[in-house]
Write a protein that binds this ligand. Sequence first.
Ligand SMILES: Cc1ncc(C[n+]2csc(CCOP(=O)(O)OP(=O)(O)O)c2C)c(N)n1
Ligand SMILES: [Mg+2]
Length: 513
Amino acid sequence: MNGAESLVRTLLSGGVDTCFANPGTSEMHFVAALDRHPEMRCVLCLFEGVATGAADGWYRMRGDIAATLLHLGPGLANGLANLHNARKAGSGVLNIVGDHTEWHLANDSPLRGDLEGVSRAVSHWTRVSPDAPSVAPDGAEAIRAARSGNGRVATLILRAHAAWEKAAGPAPVAPSPPMHRPDAALVTAAARALARPGAVLLIDGPALHGPLAETAGRIAAKTGCRLIAPYLVSRIARGAGAIRIERLKYVVEDNVAFLADTTGIVLCGALRPVSFFSYPGKPSLPEPPGCPILDLCAPDMDIAWSLDALAAETGATAIAPARMPVDLPEIPTGPTTLDKVGDALAALLPENAIVVDEAVTSSRPLNIPTETARPADWLHVSGGAIGFGLPCATGAALACPDRRTVALMGDGSAMYTLQSLWTMARENLNVLTIVFANRGYQILRGELANVGVESYGRNAARMFDVENPTLDWVALAKGHGVEARRATDIDEFTKALRHGLAAEGPYLIELVC
Ligand SMILES: Cc1ncc(C[n+]2csc(CCOP(=O)(O)OP(=O)(O)O)c2C)c(N)n1
Ligand SMILES: [Mg+2]
């Protein structure tokens, strides 16, 4: 068996059975090995940012890693922005990146570059597998690294000769290292802090859905503290029956007002809140000056244990948490407004949907009505690097074929990685994409004002308007093999929404707004 074969067998026996791929010549022995194992699902992505974003979406919904297969430094670099988003989301991703043979690297061939440098820019763990016998143990170590600390980005660089030369066999994956836990004194201090009026428990990561959210909800009910999530999160359970969790805001002033009465913040699985950007004369930190912050449990620590310990310490074991009620709006009608779009979405969103939200300015009005819609998981662009939504929806839909995935996309954001539509069509994924076609980078118009620029002219307008020519989303979707329809008022939108939610396979709505 060669090194490539030993790696594929290590992946499969280690529980990694999906690979989002965009290969090249240096990966051909690995491709041949994958080809011998139909039990490995290989998903072709027509741009590396689709592969890395899909692996992120997969992790968010499965809670376990998928692999990507990428081509040397340029291939990995093309996937970098979505690896950044994955890293910020706390998603585990295993990148396998082919490289030249060692002797070929001595010469400056076209694709030779600083592959390790590119990897270190975003990976928690990088290793070059230097020879065939090392490939399987390095692969096993990479899997372990990607699963550790609640999910990390691990990159294994597979030199071509290490893939084709003789190897011993697959290697077993060692159990993940135990996660750090806060000591008892910190748990006691956190419980005391949360009992004070004006206290906030800020949670993130796996604490925002499932049983951990329940525990956090019980702690809030018992202590009376506010339960808050960051503005952009990896995955949050929302809708009727979900634990009541507030969310930080995007706008600096809104966040300052939101936290104005805060007397202390306990962090559990979350980083301290910080504004998205820094603006002249505005604070970076939103909490009141001097507000104590207690870091109970970092995002890579044992969040489940920490919440359980906090629940025990506060006596929050039997109390019922506050939950969102159900309140489905009437189906709206008439000209399009974003409030009505929110009502239509809230009325029709099916139970247990996965909503990927990269609609930027358009998604804000959707948040209120969907809070009391049928329960769904919402996934955000955690690292703020747009071009995440369609790839993430692709990976999430593959991870959860029995659920309906809905991608809410700004027209600017959707253009970054629209090749995802082709993968959705090829894999026949139940993804409904809604493109909010406001024909521009709407958010940047506001941001120019936010930094203090009072008016703008032709150059700025030409950098904000996505017009002239107008993007034809129906044609773009059809060109990628996805059925699509344009909606110019709310009646057309609800009709298209019903149709798209019932479709077998992907569907796209261009909502002119
Ligand atoms: C990788 C990356 N490049 C650029 C940006 C800056 N940026 C933030 S939002 C945005 C435009 C978003 O446009 P769209 O998706 O249409 O949403 P809208 O603002 O119109 O609601 C840009 C270019 C970014 N966040 N990430
Ligand atoms: Mg736009």
